[in-house]
Design a protein around this ligand. Structure first.
Ligand code: GLA
Length: 376
């Protein structure tokens, strides 16, 4: 009788997307953020295949397979495959215990909506392989690995927020994260009678990667000008409004605006944490709207579709706050809406959007969920 090959047990991993309540473009400035993992996720099923380094993944949502050889990881992959190659390249130097595997990927996360499906993919794979091959890499290192995979393989010089939120999320909580020290605290989502609703503009701008990196560069430029007068400054996190005022005239205007936005946004995150304690939703909503105005006029990462969604929402009864969420130039608006008003707001907002831009804006209501984990 033919001996059947021993089948190694498979792992099932859930890796969530994220939202960000407030604290946009502050992470790479060593600042403060308040994201959360959501209930929508990517799922990996992973199994050792007994080879030295043949990795095969089938993506159910794409209907496509990909292959990688751990001994020869190229850098020319495209689309979702880039992130897989990215994680494998970052993970393999950590341990020679990493070997070949077969995987299946399914997604319940809309791509391109600004919910960080790429971070979910990176974190889910890194976490799953860490478990499957007992690599004993700590969660903080896995977050770094996932972030580096994104930076080196997608071309976006992203901060750490998305990967941190996907990995460390906690049901019904926001994560108050200090992106300098990586100290964090879970803040209960005391939203009372209000719900967080995402409206997807359906816009994805191809410029977003280069514009994102350009913003990062402008912030760096701002810091280096500030440091000439205030050498103790390490990042925009350390800058007081008065210090910026003192050197503002030495900066190109856009650079001064970027700095001003980041300083104000860090202060808004602190305030948001404070008002969440008391469920002060009106103040929280105002903070979200102020963030949008900052992203629009000072940081200049909005677009007409998002401005329209935000302005229209703010004029509707039951909406406490609205802003573009994520890197900008498209994706979703995040809206804080009184529970009873949600259906009416969504229907008026999407109708107005259709009339103005001739396209559909999808709404998405999702709870706050746990971070990456094994499913039984
Ligand atoms: C993207 C990046 C994050 C963060 C946000 C803006 O999502 O991946 O690191 O910078 O934009 O807050």
């Amino acid at each position: 009788m033919k001996k059947s090959k021993p089948v190694s047990p498979s792992l099932h991993v859930s890796a969530p997307g994220r939202i960000n309540l407030i604290g946009e473009h502050t992470d790479y400035n060593e600042g403060l953020v308040l994201p959360a993992a959501i209930e929508l996720d990517m799922r990996f099923r992973l199994q050792k295949n007994g080879t030295q380094g043949q990795c095969r993944i089938y993506s159910e949502s794409m209907g496509k397979s990909m292959q990688a050889d751990l001994s020869n990881l190229g850098t020319d992959a495209k689309g979702w495959e880039r992130y897989i190659f990215g994680v494998l390249s970052e993970l393999s130097p950590y341990s020679d215990k990493l070997k070949g595997f077969d995987g299946k990927l399914t997604s319940r996360l809309p791509a391109g909506a600004g919910l960080s499906s790429s971070a979910a993919l990176e974190c889910g794979l890194a976490y799953g392989l860490n478990k499957l091959f007992s690599l004993e890499i700590s969660p903080m290192e896995l977050i770094r690995i996932a972030q580096q995979a994104e930076i080196k393989h997608s071309g976006t010089q992203c901060g750490i927020m998305d990967q941190f939120a996907s990995m460390m999320g906690k049901k019904d909580h926001f994560i108050f994260l200090d992106c300098r020290s990586l100290d964090y605290r879970y803040i209960p989502a005391r939203l009372g009678d209000y719900r967080l609703v995402l409206i997807n503009s359906g816009v994805t701008h191809s410029l977003s990667d280069s514009a994102y990196n350009q913003r990062r560069e402008e912030c760096r430029q701002g810091v280096s000008i500030l440091r000439k007068v205030f050498p103790e400054i390490q990042s925009l996190r350390d800058v007081h409004p008065g210090q910026l005022e003192a050197v503002r005239h030495q900066m190109p205007k856009p650079v001064a605006n970027r700095c001003r936005y980041v300083i104000q946004e860090n202060a808004r995150v602190l305030k948001a944490v404070e008002v969440l304690e008391h469920s002060d939703i009106q103040t929280l909503g105002n903070l979200l709207y102020d963030t949008h105005q900052g992203l629009r006029h000072l940081y200049e990462v909005s677009c007409p579709e998002l401005d329209f969604l935000v302005d229209t929402a703010m004029a509707l009864p039951g909406v406490a706050g609205s802003r573009l969420m994520g890197g900008g130039f498209g994706g979703c608006s995040l809206n804080l809406i009184r529970k009873g008003a949600v259906p009416e707001v969504i229907s008026r907002l999407t109708a107005a959007y259709r009339e103005r831009f001739g396209r559909e804006a999808e709404s998405l209501e999702t709870g706050l969920g746990d971070g990456v984990r094994l499913l039984s």
